[in-house]
Design a protein around this ligand. Structure first.
Ligand code: NAD
Length: 395
C-alpha cells in the first residue's frame, strides 16, 4: 500500500515503515559517529522504549556500549491493510539493527502499568539477561489503569489555581493564537499524579527487585522537565509538574531501597524536544519552535539521541553531576542565559506574520513528521510498501 500522513491535531494516525526505519538508522548513525562509551551499562531495560526519549535510551547503550536491551512499550501492530504505529516500526528497525550486531534485543508490547507485564519482564530478564544494570523509565501516557484498584486514571495538562492565558501555535494552520486554559480541579491533579507520577516507577523497581533481576549496582532514571517561566503555568507549576514532584519524591524513596546494595536512582531533567508526548502540550510546540531557532544558530541543537548520548556518556559511566536537588541536568544548554534571553524577546514579538522568521516553525513541523517516518530523504513515499513488519515479541 501507499502510506501517506494523516494528521489529526497533534497526532499523525499513520506511520511509514521505511521512513521510521530510516529515522532509527539516522539515530544509530549519530551514536556510531561518536566515541564508544566506556563503562556503559551492559544490560538495559527501557520502559517506554519505542519512541522519543525511551527509544534513544535504547539506541545509545546498544550502539555506544554494546548493551543488551529489553524494551517495553504499548504500540499498535500492523495488519495487511493498516499501518502500525510509529513506535512499532521503530522497534522493529531497532531490533533488526541490534541483532545484526549480535546483541540481545527483545521487546514486550503491552500495558507497562499492569502487573502482568511486569511479571513477563522479570521472567524474560531471568531467562535471557540474568540481571539488568540499568532501568530507564520513560513512559508518557494519557491514562493508567491502576492494578491495585482497577480504576482508570487520566492525566491532563492544566494550570493550578488560576486561569492561564498564553500564546500557542495552531500547527495545522501555522497561526499564532491565544489559548486560555482553566485551572484543574483537585481530582484532575490527583489523577495526573496517578498516571505520570512515580507510583508505577516504584512498582517496577519493587517487582524487579523482588524478582532478583536487578544487578547490585543498578542505575535507574526517570525523565523530567523544567523549562522557562513562560511554560511554568502549564508545565512545572501545572498538573504535570505535580506529577514530576511526585516522581522526584519517588526517586528519593527508590534510592533508599537500592542504597543497601549499591544501586542508585536519578531524575534526569531533559530538554524540550519534539515527541508525540510534547506535541500534545499547549504552548510547548511554539516554545520549541523559538528555542530551536536559537539553539540551531548557536550550534547547540539537540534531539533525543544527542541528549541521551550525553546522559549515558557524561553521567552514567561515573558518579553523575547533579544540581542542588540531586537531579541530572541535560537541559543545561536549553536553559543557558543567552538562549532563554532570545526566547523571552522573541516570545514578546511572535505572531502569525513573523512565525517563520523568528522561530524555527518549519523545523518543528519537519521534526514532527519525522516522528512518523515522513519527510525523510531517500524514502520513496510514492512506492507501494508492505505495512507488515514483524517483531519477535516476548509473550
Ligand atoms: P513519547 O510519547 O515519545 O514516548 C512514550 C513511550 O511510552 C512510548 O514508548 C510508548 O509506547 C510508551 N507508553 C505509553 N503508554 C504506555 C503503556 N501504558 N504501557 C507501555 N508503554 C507505554 O514520550 P517522550 O516525550 O519521549 O516522554 C518520555 C519521558 O520524557 C516523559 O516522562 C516525559 O515527561 C519526559 N520528557 C519529555 C520531554 C519532551 O520534550 N518530549 C522533555 C523532558 C522530559
Amino acid at each position: 500500500m501507499i502510506i501517506s500522513p494523516k494528521i489529526r491535531g497533534f497526532i499523525c494516525t499513520t506511520a511509514h515503515p521505511e521512513g521510521c526505519e530510516a529515522h532509527v538508522r539516522d539515530q544509530i548513525d549519530y551514536v556510531r559517529s561518536q566515541p564508544l562509551i566506556e563503562n556503559c551499562p551492559k544490560k538495559v531495560l527501557v520502559i517506554g522504549s519505542s519512541t522519543g526519549y525511551g527509544l534513544a535510551s535504547r539506541i545509545v547503550p546498544a550502539f555506544a556500549g554494546e548493551a543488551d536491551t529489553l524494551g517495553v512499550f504499548f504500540e499498535r501492530p500492523p495488519s495487511e491493510n493498516k499501518p502500525a504505529s510509529a513506535g512499532w516500526y521503530n522497534s522493529a528497525a531497532f531490533e533488526t539493527a541490534a541483532k545484526a550486531e549480535g546483541l540481545y534485543a527483545r521487546s514486550i508490547n503491552g500495558d507497562a502499568y499492569s502487573d502482568q507485564i511486569k511479571e513477563l519482564t522479570v521472567n524474560e530478564i531471568k531467562a535471557s539477561m540474568g540481571q539488568v544494570d540499568c532501568v530507564i523509565y520513560s513512559l508518557a501516557s494519557p491514562r493508567r489503569t491502576d492494578p491495585e484498584d482497577g480504576q482508570i486514571y487520566k492525566s491532563c495538562l492544566k494550570p493550578i489555581g488560576t486561569t492561564y492565558t498564553q500564546k500557542t501555535v495552531n500547527t495545522d494552520k501555522a497561526e499564532v493564537e491565544e489559548i486560555v486554559i482553566e485551572p484543574a480541579t483537585d481530582e484532575e491533579i490527583n489523577q495526573t499524579v496517578k498516571v505520570m507520577g512515580g507510583e508505577d516507577w516504584e512498582r517496577w523497581i519493587d517487582a524487579l527487585s523482588d524478582g532478583g533481576v536487578l544487578a547490585p549496582s543498578v542505575i535507574t532514571a526517570a525523565y523530567s522537565y523544567v523549562g522557562p517561566e513562560l511554560t511554568w503555568s502549564v508545565y512545572k507549576d501545572g498538573t504535570i509538574g505535580q506529577a514530576k514532584i511526585h516522581l522526584q519524591e519517588t526517586c528519593e524513596r527508590i534510592n533508599e531501597k537500592l542504597s543497601a546494595s549499591g544501586g542508585k536512582a536519578y531524575i534526569s531533567v531533559n530538554k524540550a524536544v519534539v515527541t508525540q508526548a510534547s506535541s500534545a502540550i499547549p504552548v510547548v510546540p511554539l516554545y520549541i519552535s523559538v528555542l530551536f531557532k536559537k539553539m540551531k544558530e548557536e550550534g547547540i541543537h539537540e534531539d533525543c539521541i544527542e541528549q541521551i548520548r550525553r546522559l549515558f556518556g557524561d553521567h552514567f559511566t561515573d558518579t553523575p553531576s547533579v544540581d542542588e536537588s540531586g537531579r541530572i541536568r541535560i537541559d543545561d544548554w536549553e536553559m543557558r542565559d543567552d538562549v532563554q534571553k532570545y526566547v523571552a524577546e522573541a516570545w514578546e514579538q511572535i505572531s502569525t506574520d513573523n512565525l517563520k522568521d523568528i522561530s524555527d516553525f518549519s523545523g518543528y513541523q519537519k521534526n514532527f513528521m519525522r516522528l512518523f517516518g515522513f519527510g525523510i530523504e531517500g524514502v520513496d513515499y510514492g512506492t507501494d510498501t508492505d505495512p507488515v513488519r514483524s517483531i519477535d515479541l516476548v509473550e
